[in-house]
Write a protein that binds this ligand. Structure first.
Ligand code: KG4
Ligand code: ZN
Length: 333
């Protein structure tokens, strides 16, 4: 089955052709980072406009690179939740029009499940059940994937997403948006024991995350030293911050695995590109005897191939949208 997938939930416009949920025939990604960089973050209205300009040529290129004609496509898939509402609507409306015009089914995909499905594209043997750690710029959750289309959210963040914390700390250190990748590089050169930042646990909620207190503590440290004129070693801040968030992830996973004994763990989302987190997860899973699945760096961030992968299984499960499909900023439905 050939699925043409479209992703436009944040600041990447992407179109892909995916075969049988597992094989990427093309995966075109146009990042808007250069446009948003000067504002220090994504400007939703600008993102929507940039998606409108990019989407049609990207879909055309994705088909050309896959050497597939529109007539050969079996279904159109699109991210319709969660994300920036204006950005999502661009993809959803384009996909609706396209599916209607070629008279093919339209499959709505949850972006978070898409991130998890990136693992199917590179691990032919990965099948549910497994535990998924979704760490990105907009999401931090641990999800029990019980079948391809059935899942339960076991843990979530109470405030900032982990990628948001990386990017805000990076910004105060004067790094360009999004600073996660540069923080990764700096952390490799720093001393993780140089600073002790608060290790946050939530009372009565042993699985959930909270990153806003940590973020504020790091930012206060940076501001205080600027005011006092003392030198800050950015590498040490990055390394100490990374150590803190990595240990937090392990602490929650440890607790969750005690109560939900999955024997496979899949990481997903932009922050799963972090080299320190990847290394630590590898060690953790080896010690626990758990099989670890990590998407390649190229599939950690937003892309349409992952949406095409999840769409294949959602379609098999009967999840086909009507022409009045809407987009939703949150994931409550
Ligand atoms: O999955 P993604 O592309 O978008 C969302 O769905 O949110 O994730 C983007 C996030 C940004 O916060 C970015 O700074 C972060 O992923 N990121 C990283 C790394 N590469 C990207 N964070 C830490 N280390 C990295 N190597
Ligand atoms: Zn994403």
């Amino acid at each position: 089955m050939l699925i043409l997938a479209i992703e436009s939930s944040c600041d990447e416009t992407s179109a892909a052709v995916v075969k049988d949920g597992r094989i990427i025939l093309s995966n075109e990604i146009l990042s808007q980072i250069d446009i948003h960089k000067r504002y220090g973050g994504v400007v939703p209205e600008i993102a929507s406009r940039a998606h409108i300009e990019a989407i049609s040529p990207l879909v055309k290129t994705a088909l050309e690179k896959a050497q597939i004609t529109l007539e050969q496509i079996d279904a159109v898939a699109v991210t319709n939740r969660p994300g920036l509402i204006g950005a999502l609507l661009v993809g959803v409306n384009f996909a609706k029009g396209l599916a209607y015009s070629i008279n093919k089914p339209l499959i709505p995909v949850n972006h978070i499940m898409g991130h998890i499905a990136a693992n199917y594209l590179v691990n032919p043997d990965l099948e549910p059940e497994f535990l998924a750690l979704v760490i990105s710029g907009g999401h931090t959750s641990v999800i029990g994937v019980d079948s391809y289309s059935e899942y339960k959210t076991i843990a979530r963040t109470r405030d900032d997403a982990i990628g948001e914390a990386f990017d805000k700390v990076a910004r105060v250190m004067g790094l360009e948006y999004p600073g996660g990748k540069e923080m990764d590089r700096l952390a490799s050169e720093g001393n993780p024991l140089a600073y002790t930042f608060p290790f946050v646990r939530i009372k009565d909620s042993p699985y959930d995350f909270s990153f806003s207190g940590l973020k504020t503590a790091v930012i206060n440290t940076l501001h205080n030293s600027a005011q006092k004129g003392t030198e800050i070693v950015r590498e040490d801040v990055a390394a100490s911050f990374t150590k803190n968030v990595t240990e937090t992830l392990l602490d929650r996973l440890e607790r969750i695995l005690e109560d939900y004994p999955y024997n496979k763990l899949a990481a997903a989302g932009g922050v799963s590109a972090n080299s320190h987190i990847r290394k630590t997860l590898e060690k953790f899973c080896k010690e626990k005897g758990i099989e670890l699945y990590l998407p390649p760096i190229s599939l950690c961030g937003d892309n349409a191939a992952m949406i095409g992968a999840q769409a294949f299984y959602d379609y098999r499960n009967g999840n086909i949208a009507r022409i009045d499909l809407n987009a939703y900023a949150t994931c409550d439905r």
